[in-house]
Design a protein around this ligand. Structure first.
Ligand code: ADP
Length: 210
């Protein structure tokens, strides 16, 4: 983030004289407190300055990249996950293709009768099935899916950056988010995709500019 000349002056003053009130900073700059308010708000929000009631502003000593990293380390899977789109493992490949178009997703999660995760079906899995001769109505999803325990998953309380790393590592587009529980079977509660990560990336940039 590029700081304006005035914002740099404010940081220099707070570095040297903090804790210092907004009023005192304004005096040193020959400006009114009201003129300074937006700059102080930005510097506090972004993390360069901290403000304590009745004490004033002080310098946090953090660099721009430290502030971004700190924010990123607060991004949890559960905050960014989207709705999972699931099919039954006995549904046909034809049904799976319909579900993909209807829900506008590229990956479906397959569940058993108890709604536990048993596999993942991607576009490529369905394309592969489509170039065979068999009718797609007659091929069940469980024949073509990637099945447990080979499915890469993530958990709601994990860091988003860990999920992103798993997507890269496994060269896949999406991860089911599953509940952490002691029960047998994994309940799917969400979905993390490359789009999720792109959205989080843009949000990080927006926050940084705010
Ligand atoms: P696409 O087929 O749209 O390129 P992917 O690259 O995600 O999507 O899928 C490639 C292969 O990886 C498919 O065979 C799919 O079943 C498998 N796959 C997709 N997601 C996962 C996952 N979370 N864990 C394990 N395998 C997966």
């Amino acid at each position: 983030m590029d700081l304006s000349k005035r914002q740099q002056q404010i940081i220099a003053i707070v570095k040297e004289a903090g804790p210092i009130t907004g009023e005192q900073i304004a005096e040193r700059l020959n400006l009114t407190r009201a003129t300074l308010r937006p700059d102080l708000a930005i510097l506090t929000m972004v993390g360069f300055l901290d403000a304590r009631p009745r004490v004033g502003y002080f310098y946090t000593g953090k660099t721009g990249s430290e502030i971004i990293t700190e924010k990123l380390m607060k991004y949890k899977v559960e905050t960014f996950q989207s709705m999972p789109i699931v099919v039954k493992e006995d549904d046909s490949a034809y049904d799976a293709i319909s579900a993909m178009f209807l829900s506008d997703v590229g990956t479906l999660f397959a569940v058993d009768q108890d709604n536990n995760l048993v596999g993942v079906v991607s576009r490529k899995d369905l394309l592969r099935a489509s170039i065979g001769n068999q009718g797609l109505q007659d091929i069940p999803v469980h024949i073509i899916m990637t099945r447990m325990p080979n499915v890469a998953v993530c958990y709601p309380d994990e860091l988003l950056v860990e999920a992103a790393n798993r997507l890269i590592d496994k060269q896949i587009d999406s991860l089911p988010v599953i509940e952490r529980s002691n029960e047998t079977g994994a309940k799917v509660v969400g979905r993390i995709t490359k789009t999720t990560i792109t959205k989080a990336f843009v949000e990080l940039a927006r926050n940084e500019l705010m």
